[in-house]
Design a protein around this ligand. Structure first.
Ligand code: UDP
Length: 380
């Protein structure tokens, strides 16, 4: 739904496709609102970089992929702007430049409430709204190494995926009452008990008695998936690889052409991720917050083979420190870990249990409840 309807409160979701699970987080929350509070509000998603940022920031979405391939550059930008005072300075310097587009955004997208799932937009919008802002909810999508841009006491409420992300907010000055731990927003399909694993495998055409490893590089198929698949293939382990290349068609094409000897299936962008996760035994993935949180729900032991510097570094620490998986930044380490888990199901099951214990399947529903509570409160 786009545009404000007169009779129902209208919520504007602010996101951008700069990785980090922002789009899928917004979609998961809207889905939960529609399921658990049907017809209560209207919603609209806005990619503010694409539609409103002045040049060169309007190209952030196109340049995110290439930039992410130059980790040092991405890391430098991330770290230089991260910190309570540095982030304020960045916003002060940029404000004259982005003020006009921020006010146009507000004028052209009237709404009764904002929900932001992106760190960068919060301070500009809250600044433009002035002293009597509308309800503004921030839903953080990074697990531990959260950028300072996420935190702003002028927001009505900030919802954090982990205790660690909340604590970081408190350390840089968030008022405790303004930030709550709630979990990572995940698609509603992950809330419901799955069909039996045997039935899922049968439907997918996967073997029943062989370890199945799901290999995925986020929605965009990022990280060295191709090299990792080839290295695992050369190791001749007794397993099947279910390879998901996401929207990365060139990797899909290359892998389809290559002669892999290990049992495998290659998928492009899949719409049935819960089925694939519930049917698999292990996941090898980039450290995206969405995929990690989904893997917890499916109780999968996790091998993280790549991460974005900056925001995803803490996701790796979170998984490894809790014991839900392994950091394997080069393909040989992926192979060593897989070999151990093929040979030693006891160890693999222990890691799977820890992964399951970190699951927060109700996060999106609970976020939807908060949003509806706040939209129902009379505005002063
Ligand atoms: N995903 C999907 N189909 C695919 C690949 C990924 O539905 O073929 C979903 C995945 O389940 C997750 C999201 O895309 O919900 C990826 O989010 P994540 O935070 O892991 O990484 P991002 O791609 O945003 O960096």
């Amino acid at each position: 739904m786009t545009g404000k309807m007169a009779d129902k409160p209208h919520i504007l979701f602010l996101f951008s496709d700069t990785g980090g699970g922002h789009r899928s987080a917004a979609k998961a929350i809207i889905e939960a609102i529609n399921i658990y509070h049907p017809d209560r509000v209207t919603t609209e998603m806005l990619d503010f970089f694409v539609e409103y940022a002045p040049p060169p920031f309007d190209r952030a979405v196109q340049t995110y992929g290439p930039m992410a391939q130059v980790p040092d550059l991405w890391e430098l930008g991330y770290k230089l702007s991260n910190g309570k005072y540095r982030s304020r300075l960045v916003h002060d310097v940029l404000w004259p430049y982005i003020r006009k587009s921020t006010t146009s955004l507000l004028r052209e997208h009237p709404c009764d409430m904002f929900v932001s799932v992106h760190p960068i937009i919060n301070t500009p919008i809250l600044r433009a709204l002035g002293p009597n802002p509308k309800p503004y909810i921030i839903v953080i999508t990074d697990m531990v190494t959260t950028h300072a841009f996420w935190y702003n006491n002028n927001a009505t409420l900030t919802l954090s995926p982990t205790r660690e992300a909340r604590e970081r907010g408190l350390q840089i000055g968030m008022a405790p009452a303004k930030i709550e731990e709630i979990g990572q927003p995940i698609a509603d399909k992950f809330r419901h008990p799955p069909p039996p694993k045997e039935a899922l495998r049968e439907a997918l055409g996967w073997p029943q008695n062989r370890l199945v490893v799901l290999m995925v590089g986020g929605g965009e198929g990022m990280g060295p998936i191709e090299e990792t698949v080839r290295t695992v293939d050369r190791a001749r382990l007794d397993l099947m690889m279910a390879i998901i290349t996401g929207r990365n068609l060139s990797i899909k094409h290359n892998l389809e052409k290559s002669r892999l000897v290990t049992d495998h299936e290659i998928y492009g962008f899949v719409e049935n991720m819960p089925d694939l996760m519930y049917a698999a035994d292990v996941i090898v993935t980039k450290a995206g917050p969405g995929t990690i949180s989904e893997a917890f729900i499916a109780g999968l032991p996790i091998i993280l083979y790549s991460r974005m510097p900056g925001q995803e570094e803490g996701n790796v620490d979170y998984v490894v420190d809790k014991g839900a998986g392994v950091w394997a930044p080069y393909p040989e380490k992926v192979v060593t870990t897989l070999r151990r888990w093929v040979d030693n199901p006891g160890e693999r099951n222990k890691v799977a249990d820890i992964s399951k214990s970190l699951a927060r399947p109700d996060a999106s529903k609970n976020i939807a409840e908060k949003i509806i509570q706040i939209v129902d409160q009379p505005q002063i």
